[in-house]
Design a protein around this ligand. Structure first.
Ligand code: UD1
Ligand code: CA
Length: 479
């Protein structure tokens, strides 16, 4: 029985990324829902590999902890000193002494790369029966990147680093993306021959190409269809450019699948979020983390959803939401704050200036205005008046409040937890409720009102209020 040749991915992620000027290693910088390295690992897992090895070095503990959590199938290999890309791959291969088949090398800081592009590289590599194949790209400004030096026949002669290149070579616009496919056995041999006799005193992985070519092994080039996919990033300005490119690509994908984005330039959707056809996202909105927006739902403008589920036909307007579930045809906002554990059933409503945390609203329940709902269960069709506070914290512990089905809580009420307002019960406006209100009862804690007649005229003479009172109290003369 013949086995398909094995594929191993080696991701280079040991570099420091000094120019980021960050306490966070470059490969752990976030970009639309994943770290840079997370995007590269997603490519690795999409291309059907037998093994993924990640070369770590700078802040190896932190990068290792990320891998253990986000990609436990990947094997970290430590490159204690970063002596160059060739050195990094050599260490990766040393950790797998019996490796054969194809080795794909990816860079931990090239997050826009798509699996399709790596597949195209592998197809070219296999078709050419190549010992090594490089993914190149034509760019307007090659900057400090390595250049692809082709012979008169168009074949690859060598890859030269900017710092080692002649003036003529520096004019070459075809750059080395740092993404390659190699025959594992020939790669290992060639890595053993690398020198550090170059401008940076490093072992260059790129030198493997000239070594293999001079030995008569075929080496190949795959030119990337979209050069921007091969972009890495060295500082935060470059990272922000990648973020815009990724945003546009993500948004385009959702629009083609039927989502209506009213202003894609101000809409930021993490790669981990999902939207259904006929979902609508209005301007200045962010759909982040594991958020999902179902068909017919309208999100925005000016809304941030983090790990929030928005069901079919729901509306979320000018709202910040973390870890909430907005049920079918429910409405939220404007200017509200949904915190973890908020769950709105079908057609329920959270209106303006409401903060909710760990709060369940039953079907058709309403919290329309200026309310804090913490640790509460609100029954179907119950109505919570403007300015109600669910006082869930006594300074020591949090407690729960239950409002029954179709109960009515008057405005400016404090419900002091733990407390229960029964089904169909009423609470008079302005009450402070600390004892349960049984089903169908009225709870009221207000003092009786008394009016002191003529008070303004006596105590505030000469004020505009006194004048208004006097005018209002004149009995019209009869004809
Ligand atoms: C390398 C290529 C260059 C190419 C460029 C594309 C070499 C010699 N040069 O440039 O031709 O145009 O990538 O971005 O390979 N890394 C390690 N260990 C090391 C050094 C680097 O893991 O000792 C990792 C870095 O973390 C990074 C990747 O390898 O993820 C590339 O390293 P970087 O220093 O950015 O690339 P260059 O050497 O500048
Ligand atoms: Ca470098």
């Amino acid at each position: 029985m013949s086995q398909a040749p094995s594929r191993t991915v080696v991701v280079l992620a040991a570099g420091e990324g000094k120019r980021m000027r960050s306490a966070t290693p470059k490969v752990l910088q976030p970009l639309l829902g994943r770290t840079l390295l997370g995007h590269v690992l997603a490519v690795a897992s999409a291309i059907n590999t037998d093994r993924t090895v990640v070369v770590v070095g700078h802040k190896a503990d932190e990068v290792g902890a990320f891998l253990a959590e986000a990609a436990p199938q990947a094997t970290p290999v430590l490159q204690a000193e970063q002596n160059g890309t060739g050195h990094a791959v050599r260490i990766a291969l040393d950790a797998s002494p019996d490796l054969t088949g194809t080795v794909v090398v990816l860079s931990g800081d090239v997050p826009l790369l798509r699996p399709e592009t790596v597949e195209a590289l592998l197809a070219t590599h296999e078709r050419a029966g190549a010992a090594a194949t490089v993914l190149s790209a034509e760019v307007a400004e090659p900057g400090g990147l390595g250049r692809i030096v082709r012979g008169a026949d168009g074949n690859l002669q060598r890859i030269v680093e900017q710092k080692d290149a002649s003036a003529e070579e520096r004019r070459i616009r075809e750059i080395n993306s740092g993404i390659y496919a190699f025959d594992a056995v020939l790669l290992r041999e060639a890595l053993g021959k690398l020198s550090t006799d170059n401008a940076q005193g490093e072992e260059y992985l790129t030198d493997v190409f000239a070594i293999l070519a001079s030995q008569g092994h075929p080496v190949a080039i795959e030119v990337a269809e979209f050069a921007f996919e091969t972009l890495g990033c060295n500082d935060r300005a470059e990272l922000s450019r990648l973020r815009v490119l990724m945003r546009d690509r993500v948004n385009e994908g959702w629009m083609r699948s039927g989502v209506l984005l009213l202003d894609p330039a101000t809409t930021w959707i993490d790669v981990t979020a999902t939207l259904e056809p006929d979902a609508v996202v209005d301007q200045n909105s962010q759909i982040l983390g594991s958020s999902s927006v179902a068909r017919g739902a309208v999100v925005g403008p000016d809304t941030t959803l983090i790990d929030t589920v928005v069901a079919e036909g729901a509306t979320v307007l000018r709202t910040h939401s973390i870890g909430a579930v907005v049920g079918p045809s429910a409405t939220v906002g404007p200017f509200s704050f949904l915190r973890p554990g908020t769950r709105l059933a079908r057609q329920s409503k959270i209106g303006g200036f409401v903060e909710a945390k760990n709060a369940e609203l039953g079907e058709g329940a309403k919290v329309p205005h200026l309310t804090y709902v913490g640790d509460a269960t609100i029954g179907a069709r119950a109505n919570i008046g403007a300015g109600t506070i669910f006082a869930n914290y006594d300074g020591v512990k949090k407690s729960h409040t239950t409002v029954g089905e179709a109960a009515f809580v008057g405005s400016d009420t404090v419900l002091i937890a733990p407390v229960e307002v029964g089904p169909g019960a009423y609470v008079a406006a302005g009450s402070a409720i600390a004892k349960d209100v049984p089903a169908g009862s009225l709870g009221v804690t207000r003092a009786q009102q008394r009016n002191v007649e003529g008070w303004t005229a006596r105590k505030r003479p000469g004020t505009v209020s006194a004048a208004a009172a006097e005018a209002a109290n004149i009995t019209p003369e009869q004809d």
